[in-house]
Design a binder for this molecule. Structure first.
Ligand code: DI6
Ligand code: FE
Length: 403
């Protein structure tokens, strides 16, 4: 006997050859938090009532894998609404960053914030994501820029995963910006970040290491130094690459077998080829593109042609993407980047999981994977990307448990 079975629904398994991996009149059985069986109800090995202790009728609704938001900066203090006003008066994101605003202002607010305050504000943002079917989220540090505050952010991220029904993967982003005490001494700060790595790894609070490789942040050489320290300490890497200029960040990420290279607006052909060869996932962040009014669209055709898996994420952060709606990201990816609704959904399921190193356990509806799925009141999966600001979620199952 399985723990529970869901029947009478349509499944977008995101696995197999059919569009969306669709199964009409499908069934999903769960056992011990995992999917025990999934497929057409007609192929079940018996009558549903005889197969499971609990039975649920999906009433013709669609089921997708639980959504994965594979790039967020959810834990931070303060807000940047004033900076938003300044940008509307004509200041650019780079100008504000150079003038000591931007990331550094959030760093000041995050350093002084109590852990309970950080937890409460991040919990509200995370809850907004979960209300749209997210069951796995990545959360970065990067607003502490000293060991103590980076660990504080990572602890809050871990605690969020314990308090809410969501799998949290954490990322150490010490190399997000040089903090004020290292102003004009980026090389020294990079050395300090590399020196934090053993303690970060020993803490068990970080699942990966990220850096911001950009003219206004860290160079290729500085990024490589951070990555070397990460690899020495057994942590996989990912990179904010080629967001505002073509520094060759994607190729550097690939050289370190990065899980993902993210943003990629300016990534060139060589970067794409290197990512394809290394199996590095492209994480596109249309929310930041929209909010910064970028005009350079990431090379979606080139990524597609090279067979690089494309994931999508909110990049939820106070400066460039104050956004807590992954469904909105699906629409933006189609409208702004000309991705298909099917590609967009794959970007927040199968490929999002892959970007977190969770391809074997998450991201598709397949036997053996985590029983994380979302149930939607829709007629066709494309609706998830088509509507704006409408939430058709009707239920979520996390690790086999109905929420
Ligand atoms: N790229 C981004 O878009 C965010 N960080 C990064 O490396 C912006 C973070 C911020 O402005 O607070
Ligand atoms: Fe980011």
């Amino acid at each position: 006997m399985w723990d529970a079975i869901w029947t009478g629904g349509r499944l977008a398994t995101m696995a197999g050859a059919a569009p969306y991996g669709a199964v009409e009149d499908g069934a999903i059985a769960v056992e011990g938090g995992r999917i025990a069986w999934v497929g057409p109800a007609a192929e079940l090995p018996g009558r549903p009532d005889d197969l499971a202790r609990e039975r649920h009728d999906l009433g013709g609704r669609w089921v997708t894998p639980g959504l994965v938001d594979c790039h967020t900066h959810l834990v931070y203090g303060g807000d940047r609404a004033r900076e938003f006003e300044l940008r509307l008066e004509g200041a650019s994101y780079e100008e504000i960053a150079r003038a000591g605003g931007g990331i550094v202002s959030t760093v000041a607010a995050t350093r002084t914030a109590e852990e309970t305050t950080l937890f409460a504000s991040a919990r509200r943002r995370l809850s907004a994501l979960l209300a749209e079917g997210v069951t796995t989220v990545e959360i970065k540090s990067g607003y502490g820029l000293d060991l103590e505050t980076e660990l504080k952010q990572l602890r809050v991220a871990r605690r969020l995963g314990e308090a809410l029904p969501v799998t949290v993967r954490t990322t150490f982003l010490g190399a997000h910006a040089a903090p004020p005490e290292y102003a004009g001494r980026a090389d020294d700060y990079v050395e300090a970040v590399a020196a934090m790595m053993p303690e970060i790894a020993d803490s068990g609070l970080a699942d990966a290491v990220d850096a911001f490789c950009e003219t206004i942040a860290f160079s290729l050489e500085q990024t490589a130094q951070v990555f070397e320290a990460a690899v020495e300490n057994g942590l996989p890497v990912k990179l904010h690459a080629d967001q505002l200029s073509d520094l060759g960040g994607a190729a550097l990420a690939a050289r370190f077998a990065a899980l993902s290279a993210d943003h990629l607006e300016y990534t060139n052909e060589d970067g794409i080829a290197a990512m394809a060869a290394a199996g590095t996932v492209a994480v596109l962040l249309p929310g930041a593109f929209y909010f910064l009014r970028e005009t350079k669209v990431p090379p979606v055709d080139g990524l597609r042609a090279a067979g690089v898996p494309i994931a999508l994420a909110t990049d939820s952060n106070p400066g460039s993407a104050p956004l807590t709606s992954l469904l909105t990201v699906l629409n933006m990816a189609c409208t702004l980047f000309r991705m298909t609704p099917e590609e967009a959904l794959a970007g927040v399921t199968k490929n999002g999981a892959r970007a977190l190193g969770l391809a074997a356990s998450h991201g598709t509806l397949e036997a053996g994977k985590a029983a994380d799925f979302a149930i939607w009141e829709i007629e066709r999966p494309a609706e998830l990307a088509y509507r704006i600001g409408f939430n058709p979620l009707s239920g979520v199952v996390k690790a086999g448990r109905r929420l």
